[in-house]
Write a protein that binds this ligand. Structure first.
Ligand code: NDP
Ligand code: MG
Length: 396
């Protein structure tokens, strides 16, 4: 049990992001429980330096090598003893290091997969926000975790909710279905035709959550829910036909577990990622997360509706990829990352995102997901093909 004598030692990968800052907020509330071993960013050095100044980690990492000198010099100027490191390899080393017991995987995209798997192999408590690594390498990750007694604590709010509602003995005994809730995103209720010219700013204006730009676009296309269906399959070991999605615009019921006796257990709370992070950090205890108590009378009502697969075909594509198995989810994820980057840069229209994913899946053979090497090769190949398809569409 973490306490004043043996605080949990944390490596926070993706410290400068949206999840990273929510994690820092929870950690700062409990200095007796948590000590910061390492923090990382890709390249935003000023933000990382501010975190180092406040949390005094032993190590700070920029995965972008060209940012190393400014990190090193900045730490020196601040008079901090924090050691600067750089490169993707430094992330994997920290994830596996014996100097921390808890890794928060809060990097965005498949760039997080190697460090996430390294933490599982090293038997860490792994607070898993980086859903793309589960979509890409779920089977490998779950095998590594179970072989090395790593405890995966889902941070994605839906999966955290399901984790809290599953049988306490870690089994799937009596579970009929998982019900994943979706807010519907900023374009809920709109027709497909009306989405042709939406901008990145509109797509990133989520009604209930403030998040990084990539996941915000994923929420707008519903591909985020598709990635979460695949994530739920791996984390909880249920097939696609026992995972359902229901749109719940208030984002207060974070997800539900339906049991064979007719009981449906749900986890509720204000939409704030600090709840899931506090749960993962302190489990099996409960600690203050800074999240305001839920005011049901003020909310007054909960609404539910089925997802619109015509306007948002990304969700259907993800179900198809999960059913196809093998490398299909890796291809889906990679094509989506390429498409979202092009959309955020104003090069690809919104409706081009699912189109590009579908075309990439059609162009690339699906192979058995034998090991991480095969999956990473498939990820690289899908990125190359998606880039080529973009160029064929006249998009540079
Ligand atoms: P952000 O874009 O806000 O933050 C991403 C973090 O990862 C930053 O620290 C960034 O560093 C770093 N990073 C980006 N690219 C790379 C790379 N190639 N290599 C190493 N580090 C990199 O993302 P979010 O916090 O929104 O999301 C993080 C993960 O959590 C995603 O997988 C997302 O799907 C998941 N998630 C997020 C939720 C949310 O509420 N935000 C909710 C549920 C899940 P830098 O600042 O230097 O660019
Ligand atoms: Mg989620």
């Amino acid at each position: 049990m973490a306490g004043p004598l043996n605080p949990r030692r944390i490596a926070l990968l993706g410290a400068t992001g949206s999840i990273g800052s929510s994690a820092l907020d929870v950690i700062a509330r409990h200095p007796d429980r948590f000590a910061m071993h390492a923090v990382s960013a890709r390249s935003r050095v000023p933000e990382l330096l501010a975190i180092c100044d406040r949390f005094r980690p032993d190590v700070a990492i920029v995965s972008d090598e060209s940012s190393y000198a400014s990190l090193r010099d900045g730490l020196k100027d601040l008079g901090l003893p924090t050691e600067a490191r750089s490169g993707a390899g430094a992330l994997d080393e920290i994830a596996a290091s014996d100097d921390n017991d808890t890794v928060i995987a809060a990097i965005v995209g498949a760039a997080g997969v190697a460090s996430t798997v390294a933490a599982a192999r090293a038997g860490k408590r792994l607070l898993l926000a980086n859903k793309e690594s589960v979509v890409l390498a779920g089977a490998v990750l779950m095998r590594a975790a179970s072989a090395n007694n790593a405890r995966i604590m889902p941070v994605d709010s839906e999966h955290n909710a399901i984790y809290q509602c599953m049988p306490g003995d870690g089994s799937r005994e009596g579970v009929r279905r998982l019900l994943l809730t979706a807010s519907g995103g900023p374009f809920r209720g709109r027709s497909r035709a009306s989405l042709a010219n939406v901008t990145a700013e509109e797509a990133c204006a989520h009604p209930n959550w403030v998040m990084g730009r990539k996941i915000s676009v994923d929420s707008a296309t519903l591909l985020n829910k598709g990635l979460e269906v695949i994530e739920a399959h791996h984390l909880f070991g249920l097939p696609a036909d026992r995972i359902e999605v229901v749109v719940h615009p208030q984002s207060v019921i974070h997800s539900l577990v339906d049991y064979v006796d007719g009981s449906v257990l749900a986890q509720l709370g204000n939409p704030d990622m600090r709840t899931a992070l506090a749960y993962g950090l302190a489990w099996p205890e409960r600690i203050d997360s800074g999240v305001a108590p839920l005011d049901l009378a003020a909310l007054a009502r909960f609404d539910f509706e089925p997802p619109d697969l015509q306007a948002f075909p990304g969700l259907g594509l993800a179900f198809d990829a999960l059913r196809a198995g093998g490398t299909a989810p890796a291809i889906l994820n990679a094509a989506n990352e390429v498409a979202v980057a092009a959309f955020l840069e104003g090069r690809l229209p919104f409706l081009g995102i699912p189109d590009l994913i579908e075309a990439t899946l059609a162009a690339q053979a699906i192979e058995p997901a034998a090991d991480l090497g095969v999956l990473l090769a498939s990820d690289r190949e899908a990125r190359r093909r998606a880039g080529e398809l973009l160029r064929k569409m006249g998009i540079q």
